[in-house]
Write a protein that binds this ligand. Structure first.
Ligand code: MN
Length: 500
């Protein structure tokens, strides 16, 4: 799916008029050089746009208001090259609605020991200018990323790139529209939640269309388009013979293709970035969307089954955050445990809907019965997941606020064949270990549904939660259950007091 705007990060340099025009000319030249270098860096996922140095409260307020109003601007990298008295920033910062990254750097890496004089000191004073600026952000209680180091350092570039990807993801969340085809699965708690509050906190719009509205669009898809899509399936996947043209069950593949075309058309027409369905509410559809959900996720759409709109939104946003990175991102569910003491594992999967962006090899396209829902056998893609460091992230509604949970995992290779398991699957080693990770997840109230990603880091999810102003509970190598319980109690107080 195409973004509505090509995202930009604005590069804003703070100074003042105390130093005279020659110093400000050098500040501007340095800022242009840094901004151009960041713009050219392939590690940053969007344009970096240089803005003229701001030296007065009026200039600062204008750039903050312009950034807030710009649909393209996803955030600001701010740099205090010199000393920019921070009372000048109060008016602008209190009107800014976009995320801030405070780049605490200076133009020269090294002190020129033999040449350094007071002119050099006046020009290169971010070491204290950045502290003045940081103070007012802290006093204004404005969350931001602080990146410290020389601007040419690969680690600094990597941190800036990771933050920029989160800012673009947050921008997506602010503008996202999720369509619900069907309501929540009956009686399920964690996939439900407060959609009004979600729109207030995240900006995401979550609205319903009757299944009949979708069915009308599905039935409207032409036979020629279905032929073309079936041919694409045959080219892209190892399709079992019974589903191929001339096979006994080719009609089921055509049904699945028509469903994919219909959902895709509905999403494009309505400007939706994510959708949910529910196996209990498929009136008029011949089968539960399997390959359709999988392929739409692979194209960047968010998806949640059983009416799970929070994870549909999260999948879309994490796909935006991970765009261009190796790995992939998918809806996921903790399904079954392997409690072998020599290597406890969790098998992640779902009834059908795992995104082929995380597939280790060419997926097989198969058809099998589904034990629930009472519809025709659904067509699905079956594969093993890629290996490597990954995360599971979950967004839950605690009644008075949202909490984001993140568990660092290592996706491992599946060495045993599972010839009777007709769904895509991933096997992981949860950090710090399965027992601690599962206990921590359960104590923190995490969902059985998650977004699994090999492309987005736990640190990025923490940045995302800061941008959203919500709690993030990270379960990783350093997790200790006693400390985690204490952190949950602290979070209950802190986020409760904030009224989130
Ligand atoms: Mn489920």
């Amino acid at each position: 799916m195409k973004p509505a705007h090509t995202p930009e990060i604005w590069f804003v340099t703070g100074s003042q008029n105390l130093y005279g025009p020659e110093t400000l000319r050098q500040v501007a030249a340095h800022a242009q050089t840094v901004a151009a270098a960041l713009d050219a860096d392939p590690g940053l996922p969007c344009r970096v746009v240089y803005k003229p140095t701001v030296t007065t409260p009026e200039e600062i307020r204008k750039v903050c208001i312009d950034a807030s109003a710009s649909p393209a601007c996803a955030g600001l990298i701010t740099w205090m090259h010199t000393f920019s008295p921070a009372k000048m920033w109060i008016s602008g910062l209190t009107q800014l609605t976009k995320p801030i990254c405070h780049l605490h750097t200076q133009f020269n890496r090294d002190i020129p020991w033999g040449e350094i004089d007071m002119d050099f000191m006046n020009l290169n004073q971010s070491a204290h200018g950045g502290r003045e600026y940081g103070h007012i952000l802290t006093r204004l209680r404005i969350p931001r990323e602080v990146v410290v180091g020389h601007w040419e350092d690969p680690a600094v570039r990597g941190h800036l790139g990771a933050w920029a990807a989160v800012a673009v993801g947050w921008q997506e969340m602010r503008n996202l529209k999720v369509v619900r085809f069907g309501d929540n699965m009956r009686y399920v708690a964690v996939t439900d939640g407060d959609k009004v509050e979600a729109e207030r906190v995240f900006g995401v719009q979550v609205n319903t269309h009757a299944m009949g509205d979708l069915v009308a669009v599905v039935n409207d898809q032409s036979d020629a388009a279905v032929d073309t899509l079936c041919a694409e399936y045959a080219d892209s996947y190892t399709v079992v013979p019974e589903l191929l043209k001339g096979g006994d069950r080719h009609a089921s593949l055509r049904e699945a293709a028509r469903i994919e075309l219909g959902i895709r058309a509905f999403m494009e027409c309505g400007g939706y970035g994510a959708f949910v369905d529910c196996f209990e509410d498929l009136h008029g559809l011949p089968q539960l969307p399997g390959i359709a959900s999988q392929r739409l996720m692979a194209d960047g759409y968010g998806f949640g089954p059983e009416g799970d709109w929070k994870h549909a939104a999260l999948v879309r946003v994490m796909k935006v955050m991970g765009a261009g990175k190796p790995g992939g991102t998918s809806f996921m569910e903790d399904y079954t445990y392997h409690f072998d003491p020599s290597g406890p594992r969790c098998l992640g999967s779902h009834m059908l809907e795992i995104c082929p962006s995380i597939a280790a090899g060419k997926p097989r396209c198969e058809i099998h019965p589904l034990g629930i829902g009472g519809k025709g056998d659904p067509v699905r893609l079956v594969f093993d997941g890629q290996t490597g460091p990954a995360i599971n992230a979950s967004l839950v509604d605690l009644g008075n606020r949202f909490r984001l949970l993140v568990n660092a995992v290592e996706s491992v290779s599946i060495t045993e064949p599972m010839p009777k398991l007709p769904v895509a699957r991933v096997l992981w080693d949860a950090k710090p270990d399965l027992q601690t990770a599962a206990a921590a997840w359960i104590l923190a109230g995490g969902a059985h549904h998650t977004c699994f990603s090999l492309s987005v880091s736990a640190e990025q999810m923490e940045s995302f939660a800061e941008m959203a102003g919500i709690e993030c509970v990270l379960i990783d190598e350093s997790t200790d259950l006693r400390a985690l319980k204490r952190d949950l109690r602290v979070g209950e107080t802190y986020y409760g007091l904030r009224g989130l």
